[in-house]
Design a protein around this ligand. Structure first.
Ligand code: UDP
Ligand code: MG
Length: 139
């Protein structure tokens, strides 16, 4: 399997609820390496650029309100097949459909407030990592 980097966010709900440590523990136990990490307060403009593929959708304003309601913790994760590995660790977008033990099942409330973000493919990972991290922030 190819060594990959992916982009992860602990969303405002999970930060506020005090789940950053448990999510980082799950990442470390998965064998992936954290190559970058920071806590950031998103703004509406930054959120629109990040979620550009969703801006025209009906749920976008609610998503932006949620993603800007408090700080997030964002990470660059690296490992063999890291993109799919992180998506598997998160579980389905809707926590109601997520497998038991996944982060969204454990910490998500509903399809909007679902605790974590993960890139869905290599092109998204490359865009999202470069959108939020400078080269010197990724070790
Ligand atoms: N979302 C939502 N309603 C929907 C679909 C998505 O509020 O019907 C939110 C949810 O927070 C999700 C994010 O928008 O994580 C991005 O949606 P996407 O379909 O890309 O899901 P993901 O890749 O995060 O699983
Ligand atoms: Mg997505």
């Amino acid at each position: 399997m190819a060594l990959e980097r992916t982009f992860a966010i602990v969303k405002p709900d999970a930060v506020k609820d005090g789940h950053v440590g448990e999510i980082i523990t799950a990442i470390e136990q998965s064998g992936m390496a954290i190559r970058g990490l920071k806590r950031v307060q998103l703004t509406p403009a930054i959120c629109k650029g990040f979620y550009h593929e969703h801006v025209s959708k009906g749920f976008y304003q609610e998503l932006e309100d949620f993603m800007t309601e408090g700080p997030v913790v964002m990470m660059c994760l690296e490992g063999d097949g890291a993109i799919l590995k992180w998506r598997d660790l998160m579980g389905a977008t809707n926590p109601a459909n997520a497998e038991g033990g996944t982060l969204r099942k454990r910490f998500g409330a509903n399809i909007g407030r679902n605790a974590t973000h993960g890139s869905d493919k290599p092109e998204s990972a490359a865009f999202e990592l470069s959108y939020f991290f400078n080269a010197f922030e990724l070790g």
